[in-house]
Design a protein around this ligand. Structure first.
Ligand SMILES: Nc1ncnc2c1ncn2[C@@H]1O[C@H](COP(=O)(O)OP(=O)(O)OP(=O)(O)O)[C@@H](O)[C@H]1O
Ligand SMILES: [Mg+2]
Length: 386
């Protein structure tokens, strides 16, 4: 699968753009602040329906205009047209092959993509939400139902928090409020179990692949990545190995659901007292360790970079393995940070995938990348093929 053509209207610093890409490597080079990352951001937006940066949709609209539009024509094993638009009043619409999608989540899985950017180090250095987001993006690309589970879960969680605040404010309790809380807890346990089960399972699969890559690059250091559900102190033992293959995901999910529901019931009065939900996958984390020590606290810069690169390479392998399709790779400014060995590992994975690379200097790209690449010069929101 590859992005054959990309058209932008009023997206970031692009008034209009209409470009055709190579199914192989595409390089965007130019000075800082010219619009290289914006192109990668637009491509990834078609994959997940939002920005990969910490930006709001409104920030993506070109200043002085009131809506943006991105459309991508896919070629290869899949021919599809994806179009997404966003208006400043908050209206977001997506179409695939001209058909309007009633829910944005249905966009997931059309364009498979993995992005590499300098911010990837946040996976190790920042809080749990970054790690949950990393898992959720990969899983949603593979199973759009995960995206909907998250949506339902978050909606119910907001309702429950509203009720808990109300409880505290008015002292209003009574049977009906109590019964409603039980209903919310039941729903949260059902969606939450599905979310936690998928995250734990994919985390275990990613761990296996990432540990292998990390071992190869580092010469044998041992990377582990455990999903830690907040409603259980120890990591969920996801069915990961050959002998655990026969564990039925539904059975595993049911076990998590009962455990979660039990905890929500047992700690109900505590949540009422705090006026806020305290337990659930909204607080889960992935514990990343190197040689048995927490990477965030004890790892060196190089060890962190290697681990993050390995995790990303594992995502490519997982998407490919599960779908039989090669994801589109977006490499935003990554080669300046990698030494030769790590660049090579990355380039091995690039083979066979359409790749977009941004760089401020063509000189820092390995020669083998440039040889067959389509190279674009980017300046002030315009691109020019050279
Ligand atoms: N909503 C917007 N409207 C207009 N221009 C915008 C908007 N958002 C960002 N920009 C502009 O886009 C440019 C940044 O684009 P981008 O992040 O793609 O740069 P880059 O070429 O990747 O630079 P670097 O090499 O520094 O990473 C900036 O000049 C910024 O002012
Ligand atoms: Mg950039």
């Amino acid at each position: 699968m590859f992005v054959k053509r990309l058209a932008l209207t009023n997206f970031r610093n692009y008034s209009t753009l209409d470009a055709e890409f190579s199914p192989g490597v595409n390089v965007f080079y130019g000075d800082n602040g010219q619009g290289k990352t914006n192109i990668i951001e637009a491509v990834f937006y078609c994959a997940i329906g939002r920005s990969f940066r910490y930006s709001k949709d409104n920030d993506l609209i070109k200043t002085g205009t009131d809506q943006f539009r991105i459309s991508a024509e896919l070629g290869g094993d899949i021919t599809e047209n994806i179009a997404v638009s966003f208006k400043e009043n908050g209206e977001k619409a997506a179409r695939v092959n001209g058909l309007y999608l009633r829910k944005l989540g249905h966009l997931m899985g059309s364009l498979l993509s993995v992005i590499f950017s300098p911010e990837d180090l946040d996976i190790v250095n920042e809080g749990p939400s970054v790690r949950r987001k990393m898992l959720d993006i990969v899983i949603s690309q593979l199973h759009p139902s995960h995206y909907f589970d998250l949506q339902q879960y978050n909606k119910t969680l907001a309702q429950k928090n509203f009720l808990l605040r109300d409880y505290g404010r008015t002292g209003a309790s009574g049977d009906s409020a109590d019964a409603l809380l039980d209903v919310y807890n039941e729903q949260l346990a059902a969606f939450g179990a599905s979310i936690a089960e998928k995250r734990a399972r994919f985390c275990a699969e990613l761990e296996r692949l990432a540990a292998e890559k990390n071992g190869q690059i580092s010469g044998g250091e041992e990377l582990t990545m455990k999903y830690v559900p907040n409603f259980r102190a120890a990591a969920i033992d996801a069915p990961e190995t050959a002998e655990a293959k026969d564990i039925d995901p539904a059975e595993f999910q049911n076990a998590i659901k009962s455990e979660f529901l039990e905890l929500l019931s047992a700690r109900k009065s505590r949540e009422i007292e705090r006026q806020h939900s305290l337990y659930g996958p909204q607080n889960d984390d992935v514990q990343i360790e190197l040689n048995g020590m927490e990477l965030r606290r004890f790892g060196s810069q190089g060890q962190k970079r290697t681990a993050v690169l390995s995790i990303k390479l594992a995502q490519i392998m997982l998407l490919h393995r599960k779908t039989g399709r090669s994801p589109v790779l977006l490499l935003d400014d990554v080669f300046s940070e990698l030494d030769e060995k790590r660049s090579e590992m990355l380039l091995d994975s690039v083979a066979g995938c359409q790749t977009f690379i941004t760089t401020a200097s063509l000189g820092e790209l390995p020669g083998s990348v440039k040889r067959d690449a389509k190279i674009f010069f980017v300046k002030s929101g315009e691109i020019q093929l050279i």
